[in-house]
Design a protein around this ligand. Structure first.
Ligand SMILES: NC(=O)c1ccc[n+]([C@@H]2O[C@H](COP(=O)([O-])OP(=O)(O)OC[C@H]3O[C@@H](n4cnc5c(N)ncnc54)[C@H](OP(=O)(O)O)[C@@H]3O)[C@@H](O)[C@H]2O)c1
Length: 154
C-alpha cells in the first residue's frame, strides 16, 4: 500500500519477488532481507528505479539465532518503521528422516521456516500493537496441512 513499508524476507526468491513487485507497484516502500548482498543490491536498485519507491536492504542469514534481533535493531537504528512484516523466506527438502536427512539439514529448516518468523513476530508485534497498526503475513504451504512422504520435518 502507498507509503507503507514492507519488510520481506527471501525478497529475491520466487514468491519474494512477487511480493516485492506487488507492494512496490502499489507505491509501497521496502526493506529487503536475504543472504546475498549482491542480489539484494541488484534488486534494490532495479525496484527503486522501476517504481520510484524507497528501498533498503539488510543482509542476513536467518538460520542464525541472532539474525532476527539484528534485523529489528537495524530497522530501529535507521528509523525505518515496518508496517508489514512478510515472513516469506523458507525452503523444503525431501529424504528419509532417519537415513538421509542430516541433523543439520533438518535443524536449519526449522530455524529458517519456524524459528526466525517466530522471533521476528516477537520483536515487531509489540510495536504494531503500541501503534495500533501493522500486519504480518506468514507464508506457509499446503504441505503444512497434510503429511507428505519423505517430508517429515517440512
Ligand atoms: N514454491 C512453492 O511451490 C512453495 C509452495 C508452498 C510454500 N512455499 C513457501 O513459500 C516461501 C517462498 O518459496 P519460494 O518458492 O519463493 O522459494 P525460493 O524461490 O527458493 O526463495 C526462497 C527465498 O528464501 C531465501 N532464504 C532461504 N534460506 C534463507 C536463509 N537462511 N536466510 C535468509 N534467506 C533465506 C532464499 O535466499 P537464497 O537464494 O539466498 O537462499 C530465497 O530468497 C517459502 O517459505 C516456501 O516454503 C513455496
Amino acid at each position: 500500500m502507498k507509503g507503507k513499508t514492507a519488510l520481506i524476507t527471501g525478497s529475491y526468491g520466487g514468491l519474494g519477488t512477487c511480493f516485492v513487485n506487488i507492494h512496490a507497484g502499489d507505491g509501497g516502500n521496502l526493506i529487503l532481507v536475504g543472504r546475498s548482498q549482491k542480489k539484494l543490491d541488484e534488486q534494490a536498485e532495479s525496484v527503486s528505479k522501476q517504481y520510484g519507491v524507497e528501498v533498503h536492504a539488510i543482509t542476513a542469514d536467518i538460520s542464525s539465532p541472532d539474525a532476527a534481533q539484528m534485523i529489528y535493531d537495524t530497522c530501529k537504528e535507521n528509523g525505518w518503521q515496518v508496517d508489514y512484516l512478510i515472513n516469506n523466506a523458507g525452503f523444503g527438502g525431501q529424504g528419509d528422516f532417519t537415513r538421509e536427512r542430516t541433523m543439520e539439514q533438518d535443524m536449519t529448516m526449522i530455524a529458517v521456516n519456524i524459528e526466525a518468523p517466530t522471533r521476528l513476530c516477537k520483536l515487531f508485534l509489540p510495536d504494531f500493537i503500541n501503534r495500533g497498526s501493522g500486519k504480518v503475513l506468514n507464508v506457509s504451504s499446503i504441505a503444512a496441512m497434510m503429511p507428505g512422504p519423505l517430508q517429515a520435518v517440512y
